[in-house]
Design a protein around this ligand. Structure first.
Ligand SMILES: Nc1nc2c(ncn2[C@@H]2O[C@H](COP(=O)(O)OP(=O)(O)OP(=O)(O)O)[C@@H](O)[C@H]2O)c(=O)[nH]1
Ligand SMILES: [Mg+2]
Length: 196
């Protein structure tokens, strides 16, 4: 199975963007399952996915990178043996560390490729960097590819500052600039991040 972990802070656009990732795979004839992790009980994202005709499995009431590690492994095995998709897209909570998710699933299923797609919120970047800079750095540092999202909400100067910071924080990692709202940059980002 191809596995993508879509990481990023609360509200950065993970669900919005992973719907487009799933659709891109489906357009190529691949089957996709989305594994949603919600820290609370109400499965809002699960409903959004269903409304988009996407198959999902939900793990709620905890975090798949700390309290729900056993459930994550069991869910991945269930997806592999019962649902048998070509691709699994995992959305951890906005407070999770995606590279921990990679470690937890390592060896539990047959991985054709596992990548972390790190989403950065252009609109809230400056505030987040000021208040939670260390966490932000840790959360995105192991990304295989980075998407700066919500570029429709900021000036180019801001996008430039964010990409400079990302280039320093994650040297050599490809950065795409996208808007999940207008669709700008999505084609390039999808082509450069997915295994289509
Ligand atoms: N203006 C703008 N809004 C966006 C964009 N992408 C997502 N949003 C909005 O940002 C909000 C959060 O998007 P989600 O996709 O739910 O983000 P998320 O990271 O899944 O959020 P959590 O799962 O709650 O952490 C929603 O209201 C989206 O409509 C974008 O490119 N531009
Ligand atoms: Mg979400």
């Amino acid at each position: 199975m191809i596995i993508h972990i879509v990481g990023g802070f609360l509200g950065s656009g993970k669900t919005t963007l992973l719907i487009e990732m799933a659709k891109a795979y489906i357009d190529k004839g691949k089957t996709v399952v989305i594994l949603e992790n919600e820290s609370g009980e109400i499965g809002v994202d699960g409903m959004v996915l269903e409304n988009n005709g996407l198959k999902s499995v939900e793990l709620a009431n905890g975090c798949i990178c700390c309290s729900l590690t056993g459930s994550l492994q069991a869910a991945m095995r269930y997806i592999e043996t019962e649902m048998k998709p070509d691709v699994v897209i995992i959305e951890p909570t906005g407070l999770a560390l995606p590279h921990k998710v990679v470690e937890i699933i390592r060896g539990t299923v047959d991985e054709e490729a596992t990548t972390i797609i790190g989403i950065v919120d252009a609109k809230r970047f400056a505030g987040l960097l000021e208040k939670k800079g260390d966490f932000l750095r840790m959360q995105i540092s192991k990304s295989n590819v980075l998407w700066i999202n919500k570029i429709d909400t900021v000036e180019f100067d801001t996008i430039f500052e964010i990409s400079s910071w990302l280039r320093q924080t994650c040297p050599g990692v490809q950065i795409y600039m996208v808007s999940g709202k207008t669709g700008e940059g999505m084609k390039e980002a999808l082509a450069g991040s997915l295994i289509l």
